[in-house]
Design a protein around this ligand. Structure first.
Ligand code: AMP
Ligand code: MG
Length: 493
């Protein structure tokens, strides 16, 4: 295995896509020190970390001592932010170092975030603070452990310098691993400038890299569009089932690969309310929990607009075809969601009546909403109910009566649940999510006192979200309701 000290990276994006980025080195930082390193991910990527000690890893992954063979770049992209088009965004504080083909044969980007100014920085300082870097680290790892496609964190390195935000904060650099960093906004950047040859070149690159099964099709760009729609529909169903709220679903934060990216003002929902918003900048609730699938489809409409000019077809017919594909988003989302919800309800039988099962699920959601019930625990405790232990579930409700009629319907639909039913439910309904109050405590200790203990403990909990461990009872509990009532998340840029 190659050593991380040599850091041998490929650069197909840089080689094939001149004009899509600016070459620029990361800033050097005064005193890099390793906050966290993801050894399991390093293994998966095929990197040997021995004999590098933590200082060496910090020097490399802060950007201070990159091997000469690496040619860092900042990628260009545009984006619709809260509905308004911004023609130039781009990596203002990130550097793509290159790519590695992992042990499963998947090509993955390795990038630094918070690594200094680039030609896309606009007024920003190009830096990131310890808190947001560790938030991205832990939420990304939680999502991965929950089986949700996501970018991952390879490392977090403190820089030894302060960044100016709401006050002076310690700075850090995140090493991010992604299927790629190509976004809807990458297409928009070139489409908005009417540089359609580049849109085509980007689409070709994306097909080769993410959707090679469509390479030989006659309508390859329409197929690409359809495939991206499907991956996003699947992704959104997973977010919704996990109670995840991204918070800033701008088109520059939506990948073409179908991975979740850019954990800023994101959070997991506690008690179930469809209009939940945590982000301090999302005043209108554009990206509220319930709106996420709609907003994903809105973003994909922007993707379609960027792609249509490169498709050779009769204009009216083309619009008709694209509209049909776009309109397929919601039915696909619904289908993925129903499959997921059946698994969460322990309904093994996929031959069941779709409408009846959907109604059963929706009635359950209504119950949760009306009774302020914790999303994660309600699902988790259904497995105990299958084992005829109703007490944990009932403890979440104000009275048992409200629950009984629904439980009866659910039981009759379950027919003869077995021990295996409860086990399979526990494999899809986590007991541990990164609870917002615990995330905040961990980030505060790390940022204010340089104390990573809480962070590491929380990480070890969320890495195994489905395995209940009795000694971790506190990690399963919702935040105190006063905490959630005024909980706000910030971009931290
Ligand atoms: P984000 O909110 O992280 O998705 O970023 C939106 C845009 O703002 C991207 O173009 C970022 O590169 C840019 N940006 C965010 N924070 C900074 C920063 N501290 N310095 C420079 N650019 C930034
Ligand atoms: Mg972003």
């Amino acid at each position: 295995m190659p050593s991380l000290i040599d850091f041998p990276l490929e650069e197909t994006f840089a080689e094939r896509m001149p004009g899509f980025y600016a070459a620029c080195p990361p800033a050097s930082v005064p005193e890099p020190s390793l906050l966290q390193f993801n050894y399991a991910l390093a293994d998966e990527l095929g990197f040997e970390t021995e004999p590098a000690d933590s200082n060496t890893l910090a020097a490399i992954l802060s950007g201070n001592e990159l091997p000469e063979s690496i040619n860092p770049i900042a990628q260009a992209y545009a984006g619709h932010q809260f509905g308004g088009f911004v023609p130039q965004l781009g990596d203002g504080r990130a550097h793509l170092l290159g790519e590695v083909v992992d042990l499963n044969g998947q090509r993955r980007d390795i990038a630094l975030k918070g690594s200094g100014r680039t030609p896309f920085s606009r007024g920003g300082d190009g830096k990131a603070a310890v808190g947001p870097v560790l938030r991205e680290y832990i939420i990304g790892e939680a999502m991965h452990a929950l089986g949700i496609p996501t970018t991952r964190a390879l490392a977090a390195v403190a820089t030894g310098e302060t960044v100016m935000r709401e006050g002076q904060l310690p700075g850090a650099v995140l090493t991010r691993v992604a299927a790629s960093h190509i976004r809807v906004g990458t297409f928009e950047f070139f489409a908005a400038r009417r540089r359609f040859d580049e849109v085509r070149q980007l689409a070709d690159y994306v097909i080769d890299r993410h959707y090679p099964e469509h390479a030989d099709e006659e309508d390859r760009y329409l197929s690409l569009f359809k495939a991206v729609i499907e991956r996003q529909a699947s992704l959104l169903s997973k977010w919704m089932l996990a109670g995840f709220i991204h918070g800033v679903m701008n088109t520059d934060n939506m990948t073409i690969s179908g991975e979740t990216i850019d954990y800023g003002p994101c959070a997991f929902m506690e008690s179930y309310h469809p209009l939940t918003v945590f982000s301090s900048i999302d005043h209108g609730g554009r990206y509220a929990y319930r709106n996420q699938p709609i907003m994903a489809q809105w973003n994909l409409t922007r993707f379609a607009e960027s792609l249509l000019p490169i498709i050779d077809d009769e204009p009216d017919l083309l619009v008709e075809k694209a509209t049909e594909i776009l309109n397929g988003f919601m039915p696909q989302f619904d289908k993925f969601w129903l499959t997921g919800v059946r698994a969460k309800l322990g309904l093994q039988d996929t031959e069941g009546d779709d409408e009846a099962d959907r109604a059963l699920a929706e009635e359950w959601l209504e119950l949760l909403e009306q009774n302020d019930v914790d999303w994660t625990l309600a699902w988790r405790y259904l497995a105990a109910a299958v084992e005829e232990n109703l007490e944990p579930l009932q403890s979440l409700f104000r009275s048992n009566e409200v629950l009984t009629p629904w439980l009866e319907k659910w039981n009759s639909r379950l027919c003869n649940p077995t021990a295996a039913t409860a086990t399979s439910m526990r494999n899809v309904n986590p007991i541990y999510i990164p609870r917002n109050h615990l995330v905040e405590d961990a980030l505060t200790a790390a940022s204010d006192d340089g104390d990573l203990n809480l962070f590491e403990k929380l990480l070890s909990v969320i890495e195994h979200p489905f395995d209940e461990r009795p000694e971790l009872e506190e990690y399963a509990k919702p935040a105190p309701s006063q905490f959630t009532a005024c909980y706000k998340t910030f971009c931290g840029t």
